[in-house]
Design a protein around this ligand. Structure first.
Ligand code: SF4
Length: 251
């Protein structure tokens, strides 16, 4: 039987609404007024509110004690295409922007081959703070941080989401945590926000860091099959925007 979205295995914390001020900071009537006016806000205004008011100097998980800064996201707030990686790394933690450094340069190259610039898409991560030593995200961190990502997606309302690496795919598709990337890539999925406020076509492909690691194992000048795989996946994802393809159903 078709399933639109399985119950997430990584349980999310309380959903973040836009706007959502702290109850003790804004009287109920004022908060209601802000909520009402927010329906008229642009995507950029919603993202700005999320970044400043909802996330702020977030201390919701242990990564707040080791990060240099929160890495919110970058790009066109009204982009049709949104990329979601795993977490900031060393360079991102220092520069405050996702996908800089070697992995970021490879993502920029991929976009260039598709005729796109970074400022024409939106780029974010599941976690907004760097795990020490670039270790994998832990379940409690994903639980605390994922409402911010879902709010970001609702604000931007992209037509297509590309998950770079398995962590974003597992979270947004609600798949078991041992799901491999191979099981999720090379097909279209449907992302449905838990509130029902937004749906998008979703694709999963390799993280640029993985592609770069594979390259190091190859002889100089040898073609990298992982790089070709990503390009094929991205072209498939982009076709959903350019031809307005019908929405797939998850199963
Ligand atoms: S990773 Fe997310 S939840 Fe944890 S401190 Fe950073 S912004 Fe907050």
């Amino acid at each position: 039987m078709p399933v639109r979205e399985a119950a997430p295995v990584v349980r999310s914390a309380e959903p973040v609404r836009l706007p959502q001020a702290a109850a003790d900071a804004v009287p109920a009537m004022a908060e209601t007024a802000v909520r009402n006016s927010a329906s008229q806000w642009s995507a950029a205004e919603k993202l700005d509110y999320l970044r400043r008011k909802n996330i702020g100097n977030c201390q919701r998980c242990k990564l707040s004690t080791t990060r240099k800064q929160i890495v919110f996201g970058v790009g066109d707030p009204e982009a049709d295409l949104m990329f979601i990686g795993e977490a900031p790394g060393f360079d991102e933690d220092r520069q405050g922007e996702p996908f800089v450094g070697a992995a970021g340069r490879r993502l920029t190259q991929w976009l260039g081959r598709l005729g796109l610039r970074r400022d024409q898409v939106y780029i974010a991560n599941v976690l907004k703070c760097r795990p020490p030593g670039n270790r994998d995200p832990e379940a409690d961190e994903v639980e605390r941080c994922s409402p911010f990502l879902r709010a970001q997606i609702r604000a931007i309302a992209p037509k297509v989401i590309v998950c770079l690496g398995r962590y974003a795919g597992i979270l947004l598709l609600g798949r078991p945590t041992d799901t491999t990337l191979r099981e999720m890539r090379s097909r279209s999925w449907r992302y449905v926000d838990p509130s029902g406020a937004h749906e998008a076509s979703l694709h999963v492909t390799y993280h640029p860091s993985y592609v770069l690691r594979r390259e190091q194992e190859l002889a100089p000048g040898q073609r990298n099959p992982a790089d070709d795989t990503v390009m094929s996946d991205l072209q498939q994802a982009l076709s959903k925007i350019r031809v307005g393809a019908a929405a797939p159903q998850n199963s």
